[in-house]
Design a protein around this ligand. Structure first.
Ligand code: ATP
Length: 300
C-alpha cells in the first residue's frame, strides 16, 4: 500500500467534571466525550523518514517538527513495532487549533490508524489504545470515537450507548486557549473561593438523556467545570454563549478547555441556523454545524 487516508473527528465534552489537583499535577476527571462531524484528514504516504506537512485554514498555527502530535504518534507506533519505518504525513486541518476540541489528539489518533495500515502492522485497536494513552489523555478517545466516559486523567474509557443523533453548532473563537493555562486558572479560582473540591461524579440524568436520544434533556444537563476558568481568561465568551441561548439553543457550554463554544440544537436545520447567527458575532472567527456521535478513524 503506497498511501492511506483516514478522517478523524473532533470532540465536545458533554460533561467535564474536574476533581481536586493531584500530587502529580493532574486532576481526576469524569469526562463524557462525544465525537462530532468536524474532521481532520490524515494521509500517510510511503517515505524514508517520518515527516508531516499541514494544510487548511489552521495550518500555520501547528508545528511541523517533533512537537507535532502526529509525528510523535507515528514514532511511538514504529517503536512499538520494533522497527524503523518512514511515513510522509499530510494533515488537512479543519478542527480548530487550541480550541478545546482535541484537534492535536485527533491527528495523533489518525496517524496511528493510517501508519498501522501503511506499514501493514495489523495491530488491533487495543494495542493502538495503549500507545495512544502514552501520547495524551484525549488520544484514546480520539481513536475510539462515538460517545464514551473517561475517568482517571480521561484515558480510562467506557463506551456510552446513545439513542440517535444530536445536532450541534460550534462557535470558533478568533484565538485559541492553552489547555494548561485553563487548568491553572481553574485551580487558582478554586483556591481563591476556598471551597473543598468534590470528587467528580458521573451524571445519571445526562447518561439517561444520551441513552434515550433526548436532546432537550441533554441540553439541561451539559456541564463543564473548566467553563468558569475559560470565561475568566476570555470574558467575551459569555457574550457568545448568551447569543446562542438567545437564538434558541437547547444548551450551551464551553467545549473542554475552550475557547470553542458548543450549542445543542433541535435538528440539523436548527444547528445550521445557529451556526449562521453565531458566525456574525464579533467574537467569532467562524461557526460550524455538526452532528454526533460519529465513529473514530478507520482506513478508507
Ligand atoms: P484539547 O481539547 O485536547 O485540550 P485543544 O483542542 O485545545 O486540545 P489542540 O488543537 O490539540 O488543542 O492543540 C494544542 C497545541 O498542540 C497547539 O497549540 C499546537 O501547537 C500543538 N499541536 C501539536 N501537534 C498538533 C496537531 N497535529 N494539531 C493541532 N495542534 C497540535
Amino acid at each position: 500500500m503506497s498511501s492511506v487516508t483516514v478522517r478523524v473527528p473532533a470532540k465536545v465534552n458533554v460533561q467535564l467534571s474536574v476533581g481536586p489537583l493531584r500530587e502529580d499535577g493532574y486532576h481526576d476527571l469524569v469526562n463524557v466525550f462525544h465525537a462530532v462531524s468536524v474532521f481532520d484528514e490524515v494521509v500517510a504516504k510511503e517515505s524514508e523518514s517520518i515527516t508531516v506537512s499541514m494544510a487548511g485554514d489552521w495550518a500555520e498555527q501547528v508545528p511541523v517538527d517533533d512537537g507535532n502530535l502526529a509525528i510523535q504518534a507515528a514514532r511511538a507506533l514504529a517503536k512499538h513495532a520494533g522497527r524503523t519505518y518512514g511515513a510522509q504525513l499530510v494533515i488537512h486541518k479543519s478542527i480548530p487549533v487550541a480550541g478545546g476540541m482535541a484537534g492535536g489528539s485527533a491527528d495523533a489518533a489518525g496517524a496511528l490508524v493510517a501508519c498501522n495500515e501503511l506499514w501493514g502492522l495489523g495491530l488491533p485497536l487495543e494495542d493502538l489504545m495503549e500507545i495512544a494513552a502514552d501520547l495524551g489523555s484525549d488520544v484514546p478517545f480520539s481513536l475510539l470515537g462515538g460517545t464514551a466516559v473517561g475517568t482517571g486523567r480521561g484515558e480510562r474509557l467506557s463506551d456510552v450507548p446513545t439513542g440517535g443523533q444530536f445536532h450541534w453548532a460550534f462557535a470558533v473563537a478568533r484565538e485559541g486557549l492553552s489547555t494548561a493555562k485553563v487548568y491553572a486558572e481553574c485551580d487558582r479560582l478554586r483556591e481563591v473561593a476556598g471551597v473543598e473540591v468534590p470528587w467528580p461524579q458521573l451524571s445519571e440524568p445526562l447518561l439517561a438523556a444520551l441513552r434515550t436520544g433526548d436532546a432537550a434533556a441533554l441540553g439541561g444537563q451539559l456541564g463543564n467545570d473548566l467553563q468558569a476558568a475559560a470565561l475568566s481568561l476570555r470574558p467575551d465568551l459569555s457574550d457568545t454563549l448568551e447569543a446562542g441561548r438567545r437564538a434558541g439553543a437547547l444548551g450551551a457550554l464551553v467545549s473542554g478547555s475552550g475557547p470553542t463554544c458548543a450549542f445543542l440544537a433541535t435538528d440539523a436545520d436548527h444547528a445550521q441556523r445557529l451556526a449562521d447567527t453565531l458566525s456574525h458575532l464579533p467574537t467569532c472567527r467562524t461557526a460550524l454545524a455538526a452532528h454526533g456521535p460519529v465513529p473514530g478513524p478507520r482506513p478508507a
